[in-house]
Design a protein around this ligand. Structure first.
Ligand SMILES: [Zn+2]
Length: 395
């Protein structure tokens, strides 16, 4: 068992990020208010990052007919990770193991011209994995995953540029989140029925990924048997405090699913699908962020960004007014009344909050605050609007 100080399971519970209940089932965590706030901040950030980079967002259902996954190839190559089908009125439905088939059908919903490409679709959506109870833990191995997914449908000659643009997004997001990649991995096919047997297709997609890695001057390791069943991947690996490695972000080149779904543009040309996830599954990402930051999230991610601390009950009305201004300015803020302990005790209890806004007699009279940052430094009377502006992510 991992008993590291920053183990996300221990800290996640202390910080009110998530919890699990055996009655819901293992691997099915609930997001508590602090965790839901962090998750929403990430979702908003990724949505905006994608929007600024030419993505259109879609929403699609978390299940589909068994035939959909027979067509996509999941049934033949990935069934052991899928939940068994549910029979409803003679039709079989499965919880989806990935979002790709839905996005392929959205692409196919009407004719596509060459001018429309690259068509970039993104969705933050649910996907499901039938992990066994024994391997589940905290947020790192779960059965219900909220995936930041995206698929770029492009002409073959656009694929390398789209892979490179996806890596740009990934690197920008990692910098904003305060994450450092452990290594880049080129994940290739292995032997056996897990992988589509079409050597020429694999060679073609591998060549695209190698070209991009070379052009970017990236060091990477090659690993056979780690590819998706339909194609090779660039995986961006992270490590937890115990040194265990996992994949966070990924970019994949796929010639297989466009074939299976008979996707086309300009009346008969076959597009390429670039699958990419900028920050991966939200569960694993938040587990990693808890461990990296030890709960002291960057201001834009912090569950509570500002805590208002009246010195005594006399300043309570002025503090309430500060709280209203914080909330109106877009800050996640709360007020901790004087009755909850001495000022020092309340500051210690909220030491992970980026901004502590103390309201004493002088501040109450002037309608201001004395801002204390969580590192203990004093910033004086900063308008709450300015604190809100400093608590937004950069794109
Ligand atoms: Zn995909």
């Amino acid at each position: 068992m991992n008993d590291h100080r920053n183990d996300h399971r221990r800290l996640g519970r202390e910080l009110g990020i998530f919890d699990t209940d055996p009655l819901i089932g293992s691997g099915l965590p609930c997001w508590l208010p602090a965790g839901a706030a962090v998750r929403k901040a990430i979702e908003d950030y990724v949505y905006e990052l994608e929007r600024r980079n030419g993505y259109q967002h879609v929403n699609s259902p978390v299940l589909g007919k068994r035939e959909l996954y027979e067509r996509s190839g999941h049934w033949a190559h990935y069934a052991e990770d899928m939940f068994p089908p549910m029979n409803v009125g003679g039709e079989e439905f499965v919880l989806r193991p990935s979002l790709c088939p839905h996005h392929a059908l959205i692409y196919r919903s009407r004719g596509r011209s060459r001018r429309e490409l690259p068509l970039r679709l993104a969705e933050l959506g649910g996907m499901y994995r039938s992990e066994l109870s024994g391997v589940l833990g905290g947020l790192t191995r779960v059965r219900a995953i909220q995936l930041n997914d995206g698929h770029v449908f492009c002409a073959p000659e656009q694929a390398a540029a789209e892979v490179s643009a996806s890596l740009d997004l990934i690197e920008a997001a990692h910098a904003q989140l305060g994450i450092r990649a452990a290594r880049y991995r080129l994940s290739l096919r292995g032997d056996g029925a897990k992988f589509v047997d079409d050597p020429a297709m694999w060679a073609r997609s591998e060549a695209v990924l190698r070209e991009v890695l070379k052009e970017r001057g990236r060091d990477y390791d090659e690993e056979r048997g780690e590819g998706a069943f339909y194609g090779p991947k660039i995986d961006i690996q992270i490590t937890d405090p115990a040194g265990r490695e996992s994949t966070l972000s990924t970019v994949q080149v796929d010639y297989f699913q466009p074939e299976r779904f008979d996707l086309s543009y300009a009346g008969g040309e076959r597009p390429v699908m670039v699958h990419r996830s900028v920050v991966g599954g939200i569960e694993r990402l938040v587990a990693h962020l808890i461990e990296v930051h030890g709960g002291a999230f960057p201001a834009w991610l912090a569950p509570v960004q500002a805590v208002v601390l009246p010195l005594s009950d006399t300043e309570q009305p002025a503090a309430e007014s500060v709280l209203r201004r914080c909330l109106a300015a877009g800050l996640r803020a709360e007020l901790v009344a004087a009755g909850r302990g001495s000022l020092g005790a309340r500051i210690r209890a909220h030491r992970l909050v980026p901004y502590q806004l103390v309201v004493g007699p002088r501040e109450a009279a002037a309608g201001g605050v004395a801002v204390r940052r969580r590192d203990g430094s004093q910033a004086g009377d900063v308008p709450v609007e300015q604190l809100a502006a400093a608590s937004r992510p950069l794109y």
